[in-house]
Design a protein. Structure first.
Lengths: 208, 359, 740
């Protein structure tokens, strides 16, 4: 079996927040959750999505850090800011294309997902991916993910003209080789009911 | 495209080299002038002074390199610019004093992270600064003690050759002066023990710490303190036994540490004050106009910082311009996350619907 | 005297619920002297494996248990934070006595026992044995469930014992028994990913059985189609191939309508029907009139949805049906389930790999809790209390005469009604919080206040325990050991992690001591739960839920065994009904025709809107435990009313407004949550909260004639926008019933 990798499938997420709660339990986080769990727009949909650090090969957060406080481990994990260096400027928060780093005003410092380094560095799965009941977050081998999923893992992204490669993979349909980001609203997602894909009243129309 | 993190071009190193030389030369001149043309210079401490000059070169070089990074440079200039703004200069000076007291003297920002960490750090930092305040002027020949010509019981202190005062042997001020380094050593040792205790016990800290970066500095400080304290022990309790050997050992530990200053963890001592400049930048940002996210319309940061980031990104060749003319930097972090999920979900929906003949 | 001794805010001040946020020993973790105890979550019926981290007899955290086959380390937020109920400041550590005007004061065990036993004897002498009732719960281990049944029948000799599974699994159980002849999910969960079509009816799987989500998503990865019936678009419904937003109470329209089309288009398994079933002709006759158009009117959805559902279900090679409280909490709950199960039998897709049926149990031991004889009509081994053979066998196990075993008693709702009517005067309850979980909460409160004596075994002072005369400090799941039977029918071991704090005692020791003081010491002289299991094995022998072949050692070795397991060498039975062999004496499945009928209370001009209730993912049932855990309360801090924008507009309600949801029985004032994901004729309020925030102030106590389950899922209400309440209850913390 090859080395384990992290795979995200946003569409599987059920918004239970097991990841958020488990994240806080990791020894390097101690009661502070680093993961994001977004409710896309509750009025229109029940869609939710987790966001962990994607651990870029050439992290933009580190490039824009004036204090040189963000470092990558030899195994490619981008760490939380180094405490002696981080000056809390939020450049990383504002520049990360995935919206990952969190500025913690209480300690005037950036913190972010470090893939539960206390766990993943000794062969254990990160907390969020261990508990995630929906499999939206999965930490397993490449063979296993290819064997069990319809889609394929991809780790290549394009934000505008910026190409980004990440250590974490996203599950996409087989024909996709790179995820290209444009601006999407719920109303512009493809569905059988244009404009409002999840409006129950529209689904019931035609009844009387 | 791999590893784009700030290529070190020839011109960069030349520039930094220049600053390194300026720093080292300034120190040499400082030593020469401060010791009144080496008259006050203690030849026994020449190895320390030499190491300091070397260290000054390294620090100058490293600091200049650090400031060559576009984001650092930007903050550096912005910080000074805002600070020196004539309209608010007095207010800024007052504010600087306040944040200096809180962040540098009391180190409150560490206290907010963890009490234990703060205690350890406070003892370490002030132990080191205290020791530095004594030893650097001594080894540069800026400060000098001598017995009074007419009374062997009276010591006189000079700075830059100017008499500072005198004290009698056996008074508390004398004890304090002669043992100030022991006090500093004990403070540093307390800090080292706290830090090592935390690092050796806390599961979280253990998993992310690196030997070279986190433990070596503690070990070096420990070595300096212990060898230094042995000197005192040797003098007072063992009639000078092994004094020469011990003083050489102590010199080696100190010189090694001085040479390490520009590298690794110790460099943060020189980086940290940059945080003071950031404070002014943040205030200016908060008082100025705020940027609104082009996806959700909510304010998400200071327009000043967002625009500066675009400049920094351009210098770093990060290209967030979208094909429709908009700029990805104008999307707030939360919308970026939502957008990613919607994009991926839409990929599945399109595939699914095209399979079912709906698209 | 079961009235509050002082005002609610004072009780809340002393006993909580308060929020616990930091693990015992703090966040900084050292691994010194730590042990990991492999056990299971104390909450829902999935009974996920989890390892508790224990230091100095304190639970200080958890570690996923990835080797446990059911959940492989996965946990929902409740499982992640469950350990925060340990070392909790609200924990009851001594027996308590009600003191009028003061509250509760700590007393000695001896004094508490004297009071309890004295009152039992007084009430039974004055009003008859049945005047003292027992209410229990389905979160008790098998051992404790067995003990409570035996305690009621042998030590109290009261007929009136029932449990809160009455609010949970009884409709599904009754339907299964009628059609299959057995009451258990027919398949292990490992069959779900092998199904090519999955129908989940009235099951908010993402929030109420989160671990099942991965099984369903895995089926979809393997190409399965997913059909969801729910008045609300739940998180899994968002990805369904067909989401049918059925009207509450309209499910039979969908099921019978589907069957109508299956028969019409020949998508039924004639051979299977002929060989393994009875009653198909009457069934076929009964669904003739359920044309898509007719069904559509009942179900309240477009007829094309029903046709589409039949088209997905009918021709599939394998299929899996699952249902939960959404179709079960009705006065026709049993009928709803039977109509759904008919679809499984008619296609012959049961008892094989990837083909099956499951009911999703709600409570921790929802399955085992209903087998060991704590139901009013049942003896251990799922035996029938009115069957002389069954009575005789159990009398033999217990060493009592058959005549001494009381006959069938009252089920939970009639039991509370009998208290209200003054027929039952004394009550002992354990693992039950009727003040929140029963419908028509005001009626329940009135009933409790009429008791002459009420004693309650609890680990926190629940909203119900506040009414007790004597509160007996019992044990949390991790402070005792035993077994539970999970959603699949898998019997698993709960291991003891720590001992009960201070003077608190293991529940079973409390019950055994009361029994002993009542003069039955020799029948309750167990030294450990393991001994009770040994007796339970024998008591279940030859019954439907046969545990005889199981021992704790075998359970430890195998990570759980599925019943029936009749012999020591028997491997257990993960999949039921293989080769078309069903549980009835004739070995066949019995089709039962089902006719739709209206719910007890339909919306009318005065109360025009349907209220349906349910759960949120971060809270569990009545919230006695989960409303005390900071992270879980933060996630959903107070109840809300989900309302479609079209309906909201009618009442001038905007998102975040305070809205009063009012039925003929009571009201609840909560924030409006305006969402497009619910039917415009229905509003939804989750029920975990107490007092003025209890959805059950509104719900209807009408019950199903067969299962006696109350109709939680539909009642008629009216809505109005109101100002933020500022009374004393509203000012409490949100977890105690306040609003913010």
């Amino acid at each position: 079996m090859s080395e384990a990798a992290f795979f995200i499938d946003y569409s599987r997420c059920i918004g239970c927040e097991a990841c958020v709660n488990a994240c806080a339990e990791c020894d390097t986080h101690r009661g502070t959750s680093m993961i994001h769990l977004e409710t896309i727009d509750r009025r229109d949909s029940v869609q939710t999505a987790p966001q962990i650090c994607m651990h870029c090969e050439d992290p933009i957060c580190a490039q824009v850090c004036p204090a040189d406080a963000i470092k990558k481990t030899p195994d490619g994990v981008v760490q939380s800011s180094l405490k002696p260096r981080c000056i809390g400027c939020s450049n990383c928060v504002l520049s990360c294309p995935f919206g990952v780093p969190k500025y913690m005003s209480g300690i005037d410092q950036m913190m972010k997902c470090d893939m539960c380094y206390d766990r993943s560095s000794v062969g254990k799965k990160p907390m969020c991916a261990t508990v995630c009941p929906s499999g939206a977050l999965t930490y397993t081998s490449m063979e296993e993910i290819q064997r069990t999923r319809q889609g394929i893992p991809v780790n290549s992204w394009k934000f505008g003209a910026e190409e980004v490669k990440t250590k974490v993979y996203v599950m996409v349909p087989r024909e996709v080789t790179r995820v290209e980001i444009g601006l999407v609203q719920i109303h512009s997602t493809p569905s059988a009911l244009p404009n409002d894909p999840y409006d129950v009243a529209l689904m019931l129309e035609g009844m009387e | 495209m791999q590893k784009r993190i700030f290529p070190t071009t020839g011109s960069d190193s030349a520039h930094a080299m220049t600053w390194g030389l300026i720093a080292a030369t300034s120190l040499v001149i400082g030593i020469f002038v401060g010791s009144r043309g080496l008259r006050d210079f203690d030849p026994a401490l020449v190895s320390y002074a030499g190491a300091c000059v070397f260290s000054a070169f390294g620090l100058g070089y490293r600091y200049a390199m650090w400031l060559r990074r576009p984001p650092t440079r930007l903050y550096w200039y912005r910080g000074w610019h805002i600070f020196l703004d004539r309209k608010h200069f007095m207010r800024n000076v007052f504010h600087l004093g306040r944040i200096f007291w809180n962040n540098i003297v009391l180190q409150r920002f560490i206290e907010r992270r963890s009490h234990k960490r703060w205690m350890a750090h406070w003892f370490l930092a002030w132990g080191c600064l205290l020791a530095g305040a004594v030893t650097f002027p001594l080894s540069f020949g800026w400060v000098r003690f001598e017995t009074s010509v007419d009374n062997q019981q009276i010591y006189r202190a000079f700075m830059f050759g100017i008499p500072l005062g005198s004290f009698r042997l056996g008074t508390w001020i004398a004890e304090l002066t002669f043992n100030i380094l022991d006090v500093a050593a004990v403070m540093v040792l307390i800090g080292v023990f706290f830090a090592l205790w935390r690092r050796g016990r806390d599961h979280g800290a253990m998993s992310v710490q690196q030997f070279s970066n986190d433990l070596t500095p503690l070990i070096m400080l420990f070595a300096i303190c212990v060898t230094g304290l042995f000197l005192t022990v040797s003098t007072h309790l063992m009639h000078g036994l092994y004094y020469i050997f011990l003083s050489q050992l102590h010199a080696i530990t100190v010189i090694l540490t001085l040479l390490c200053l520009p590298f690794g963890k110790f460099f943060h001592i020189f980086q940290r004050p940059a945080q003071l400049g950031l404070d002014f930048y943040k205030r200016a940002g908060a008082e100025g106009p705020q940027a609104k996210c082009i996806r959700c319309g909510q304010e998400y940061g200071a327009a000043l910082q967002i625009e500066d980031l675009k400049t920094v990104q351009a210098e770093l060749q990060i290209r967030f311009q979208m094909t429709d003319g908009s700029h990805y930097q104008d999307v707030c972090p939360q919308c970026r996350r939502k957008n990613l999920a919607l994009t991926q979900d839409a990929l599945w929906r399109s595939t699914d619907m095209s399979k079912r003949g709906l698209l | 005297m079961a009235k509050l001794p002082v005002e609610t805010p004072e009780l809340v001040r002393v006993f909580g619920p308060t929020l616990h946020r930091v693990p015992g020993g703090g966040w900084t973790r050292t691994t010194e002297d730590e042990k990991l105890v492999k056990t299971h979550c104390c909450f829902c019926g999935q009974q996920c494996g989890i390892q508790l981290r224990v230091q100095d007899n304190k639970v200080v955290g958890f570690e996923p248990w990835e080797d446990f086959p059911f959940n492989r380390g996965k946990l929902c937020p409740k499982g992640v934070k469950r350990y925060m109920q340990d070392e909790h400041p609200d924990r009851l550590k001594h027996p308590l006595q009600r003191v009028e005007g003061v509250g509760f004061e700590a007393i000695s065990w001896d004094f508490a026992m004297q009071r309890v036993v004295g009152e039992i004897q007084r009430i039974q002498a004055a009003y008859g044995k049945d005047a003292f009732a027992v209410l229990t719960g389905a979160s008790l281990t098998n051992e404790k469930a067995y003990l409570m049944g035996k305690f009621a029948r042998v030590a109290l000799q009261t007929a009136n014992i029932d449990y809160n599974g009455r609010l949970c699994m009884v409709s599904a159980g009754a339907a299964s028994k009628k059609i299959f002849g057995m009451d258990r999910s027919a398949n292990p969960w490992s069959d779900i990913p092998k199904a090519k079509v999955i129908l989940a009816a009235g099951a908010n799987i993402a929030e109420c059985a989160p671990i099942t989500t991965d099984y369903i998503w895995q089926a979809r990865e393997n190409g399965a189609k997913l059909i969801i019936l729910d008045p609300r678009m739940t998180p899994i419904a968002r990805n369904a191939d067909l989401f049918i937003p059925v009207r509450p109470g309209g499910d039979i329209g969908v099921f019978n309508g589907m069957l109508h089309i299956l028969i019409e288009r020949g998508w039924i398994d004639r051979k299977f029907i002929d060989e393994h079933t009875t009653g198909f002709d009457q069934l076929a006759e009964s669904v003739k009139k359920y044309t898509p158009e007719y069904s559509s009117k009942i179900a309240g959805v477009p007829s094309e949805m029903i046709v589409k559902a039949a088209e997905l279900w009918g021709p599939a090679p394998t299929s899996f049906l699952m249902h939960a409280r959404g179709i079960e909490h009705h006065t026709k709950g049993v009928d709803n389930c039977m109509a759904a199960i008919n679809l499984v039998i008619a296609t012959g897709r049961i008892g094989r790999e990837g083909c099956g049926y499951a009911m999703i149990t709600g409570q921790g031991n929802g399955q085992g809790g209903r087998e060991q004889g704590q139901k009013c009509d049942q003896l251990p081994g799922s035996r029938d209390i009115s069957n002389p053979e069954h009575r005789k066998y159990i009398a033999g196990v217990w060493g009592v005469t058959e005549e001494s075993i009381p006959q069938k008693g009252l089920s939970a709702i009639p039991l509370v009604e009998a208290i209200h009517a003054g027929k039952i005067k004394g009550l002992i309850s354990i693992c039950f919080n009727p003040m929140i979980s029963l419908p028509d909460a005001n009626f329940v409160r009135e009933a409790l206040e009429k008791l002459e004596f009420f004693t309650c075994i609890d680990f926190f002072l629940s909203e119900t325990a506040r009414y007790a005369d004597i509160v007996l400090a019992g044990s949390l799941m991790e402070e005792d050991e035993g077994t539970t039977t999970n959603v699949e029918g898998r019997v698993i071991r709960h291991r003891k992690a720590v001992t009960p704090p201070a003077e608190a005692r293991e529940d079973w020791k409390i019950i055994c001591e009361i029994a002993g003081r009542l003069g039955y010491a020799e029948k309750f002289n167990y030294v450990s739960p393991k001994e009770m299991f040994e007796e339970l094995r024998v008591a279940s022998k030859g019954g439907v839920s046969d545990y005889y072949g199981m021992t704790w050692e075998r359970l430890d070795e195998t990570n759980g065994l599925f019943w029936p397991c009749p012999e020591l060498g028997h491997p257990g039975t993960p999949r039921l009904y293989e080769n078309g062999k069903f549980g009835h004496p004739d070995g066949k499945a019995h089709f039962i025709p089902v006719e739709w009928r209206p719910s007890d209370e339909m919306p009318d001009e005065e109360y025009p809107v349907i209220l349906t209730t349910g759960r949120v993912v971060s809270q569990f049932l009545s919230g006695t435990q989960t409303r005390r855990i900071g992270a879980l309360v933060d996630q959903a801090s107070q109840p809300f009313c989900e309302i479609h924008p079209r309906l909201a507009e009618k009442y001038g309600i905007s998102d975040g407004d305070f809205v009063k949801v009012e039925s003929r029985r009571g009201n609840v004032v909560v924030h409006a949550k305006v969402v497009k994901t619910i039917r415009p004729d229905t509003v939804f309020v989750p029920y975990h909260w107490p007092l003025d925030r209890s959805a059950n102030n509104c719900t209807n106590r009408a019950i199903d004639p067969v299962s006696n389950i109350p109709e939680f899922k539909i009642c008629a209400v009216r809505l109005s926008k109101v100002d933020q309440p500022t009374d004393a209850i509203a000012m409490l913390e949100v977890q105690a019933g306040g609003v913010r």
